[in-house]
Ligand binder design. Structure first.
Ligand code: ADP
Ligand code: MG
Length: 353
């Protein structure tokens, strides 16, 4: 029989590393968090460079408002944020982030460095972080943020993700799979944020894997990322309801387009999320139009009163639920259904002319 072991309190850094591994499970999560930070900072251009699917290095550069020199000491501590001060703010929060956990988590499971410059600062500052705190770039050197050259905005470099979590590191063995996940999340955000130029490159390569320009429309971005075959068959959708307190806009493919693999770019209050209910609802409408076992492409942005969605969910909890979900999903179904009929009628009409 096993003997009873004494209960011991875990060391703080062990606790932090475990918690960090829950927030940041793979390179794509780190990218999503940092991408949202860049958007929160008002960036109009966001470029990402990755080495080895982000496992060796991922670097994200934005032209947003930057981080104050004075905040660079605490920016990577847990629960430090510029976006929330009281619990009540959660109900009206308009930024992606609010819990101040992302950078802290990354700094517990990787080597993290930041170069940032605000509009009023005469230069940029660079600092290195470990376990939430400033750390010297090399042993024996001072760890203060150091003045350096740089444009307004922020560049964050994450190296050797999970170097200190060997089990996690081993579980992520395919850099190409990790790269695909990074492409997927960045593609979604690039489509949703027309007005922001986005690029993704592999380190050392000149041609980007993904690229949108700040002046491009949502339709242009869908064409640039998902191809003109999809983009040529898009129908725009838009609807709102005061009683249910929601707004929806997006693009769906018409009945002439079908693919084996479904693509649903779903945003709720500007966060990329998953909803099995919405996916199933779309499939059931399209089932009347598309060949069996094929699907549509859809980009849907739902805006719901913040107090009707629980935003205080865990960062990795992608599946969301919200108030009046059934009614809203039904409205969405009706909208898509109506649009598909209308869209195809106008097409037949055009070809007959
Ligand atoms: P949160 O986004 O929840 O506030 P994070 O750990 O993601 O927490 O970021 C902590 C803080 O660091 C943010 O509140 C913000 O003030 C600052 N920050 C992070 N990334 C950027 C960025 N790219 N540009 C400007 N400020 C940033
Ligand atoms: Mg954040």
């Amino acid at each position: 029989m096993a003997t009873t072991k004494r209960i011991v309190r875990l060391e703080e850094d062990v606790v932090n590393r475990i918690a960090a591994g829950e927030v940041i499970q793979r390179p794509a999560n780190a990218i999503k968090e940092m991408f949202e930070n860049a958007l929160d900072a008002g960036a109009s251009s966001i470029s990402v460079v990755v080495k080895s699917g982000g496992l060796k290095m991922l670097q994200i550069q934005d032209d947003g408002h930057g981080i104050n020199r004075k905040d660079m000491d605490i920016v990577c501590e847990r629960f430090t944020t510029s976006k929330l001060t009281k619990f009540e703010d959660l109900t009206t929060i308009a930024t992606h982030g609010f819990r101040g956990e992302a950078l802290a988590s990354i700094s517990h499971v990787a080597h993290l460095s930041i170069i940032s410059r605000t509009k009023d600062s005469p230069c940029a500052y660079k600092a290195h972080y470990r376990d939430g705190k400033l750390t010297p770039p090399k042993p024996g050197k001072p760890s203060d943020p150091k003045p350096c050259a740089g444009n307004q905005g922020t560049q964050i470099t994450v190296e050797d993700l999970f170097f200190n979590v060997p089990t996690r590191r081993r579980a992520l063995k395919s850099p190409s799979d990790e790269l695909n996940r990074i492409m997927d999340i960045m593609s979604r955000y690039a489509v949703h944020n027309s007005g922001v130029g986005v690029s993704l490159k592999k380190h050392g390569e000149t041609s980007p894997l993904l690229r949108t320009t700040p002046g491009a429309t949502t339709r242009d971005n869908i064409a640039a990322i998902y191809g003109s075959k999809v983009a040529n068959e898009l129908l725009e959708i838009e609807d709102a309801d005061e009683e249910l307190a929601f707004k929806v806009r997006g693009f769906i493919t018409n009945a002439n387009y079908s693919v084996k693999k479904p693509t649903l770019l779903l945003f709720i209050n500007h966060r990329a999320v998953h909803s099995t209910n919405i996916r199933k609802a779309l499939d059931s409408v399209y089932a009347a139009y598309l060949p069996r076992h094929t699907h549509c492409f859809a980009y849907i942005s739902l805006e719901i009163k913040p107090e009707h969605v629980d935003v205080n969910v865990h960062p990795t909890k992608k599946e969301v639920h919200f108030l009046h979900e059934e009614d809203i999903v039904e409205r969405l179904q009706q909208l898509v259904s109506k649009r598909l009929v209308g869209g195809n009628m106008s097409r037949t009409f055009q070809t007959q002319m």
